[in-house]
Design a protein around this ligand. Sequence first.
Ligand code: CLR
Length: 379
Amino acid sequence: EVGAAVPADQKQGWGQFLKSIATFSGDLSSMTAPSFILSPVSLVEFPAYWGEHPSQFAEIAKGKDEVERMVLVLKWFIGTLKGQFTARNTSMGSEKKPLNPILGELFLGKWGDKDGRGDTTLVAEQVSHHPPITAYHIENAKAGVTLEGHCAQKTSFSGRAINVKQVGHAMMRVKTASMANEELYLITLPNLVIEGLWYGSPYVELTGTSYIQSTSGLLTTLTYTGKGYFSGKSHSFKASIGAGGSSLYNIEGEWAGVSKYKGKSLSGGKDDVFWDANTPREEIHVDDVDSQGDMESRKVWKTVANGIRTGDYDTASRDKARIENEQRNKRKDEAANGTPHQLEHFVHVDDDQEYRQLAAKFGGKPANEDAYRRKPRVH
Ligand code: CLR
């Protein structure tokens, strides 16, 4: 039944929302949606999913050579997918529409040390509002592992699903005392399909191909598939780690479940378990809202989020309108005074050379992309 999961009084609104998606081009985040589909969490928080297995993140630096390190990068990457793409279904019953971050909105937090792995810190900043772009920097200085990247989305409607192309990339840097040079890993991002729309219960499936290309020359190719008409399990992937066309390790399974080596494993075994997505995620530690700075996400959206959580949608939409108004005025003043908004933690890099060189190794598209680099810090 169409809209079976939609509250009775919102079925009409949901139908209208779907119709407007079908004819709308551009950015979904700016569309008004029925209240049952609203999430109280801003998109600027999403980079935290990359860090929710801090031990795996730190572990990457323990690989004894570039092959081991690539295997560990892949394991950490796969480990993030369940959170990135199924967490809202688990916590809120379906995928929901996140809050659209304001320009300069920040999400700051950390995962504390445990068993000597070191602290892992996150800095995320909304570096563009139109189109929405979020930049992030995750670092475990003790381990020598850093992840920096940005993400934006291009959406289109297929008739029954929303196709989301992820724009942007992530760059991982690994440097330990025993390594002569820093190793870089260019991580490209998979495409998403949002299904379950007619039902009113959206969820994400991953499709297509993504890559992890290292300066060591190793390349991991990932392909994603969902439930086929006749066969196939949802949330599935295959990964192949190779060097110069020959494959060293093959892994397959479910990114939200169990995956296994196909054949030889790193430890010398056969068909061993690679990653079990039931491994608990560690939630990031964030300051209390009341001690947060004015641009910090949970402070900015406090009243809106509270309204959404308690079903007080009038208060939520009134405060959302207040915030958006304030933003419009800020932009006007900046234009009038010739003082454009300044990024707080990042520097915009036009045509990033590290991206260009690594993408060229696997014929990556696009050939060039911008980047956002963490500003040098004064200690
Ligand atoms: C953001 C970057 C993260 C991975 C990720 C997960 C889910 C994606 C989100 C990204 C972008 C925004 C997104 C969301 C799923 C649904 C939501 C595409 C890529 C859209 C804007 C919501 C549409 C509204 C429907 C629920 C009807 O690393």
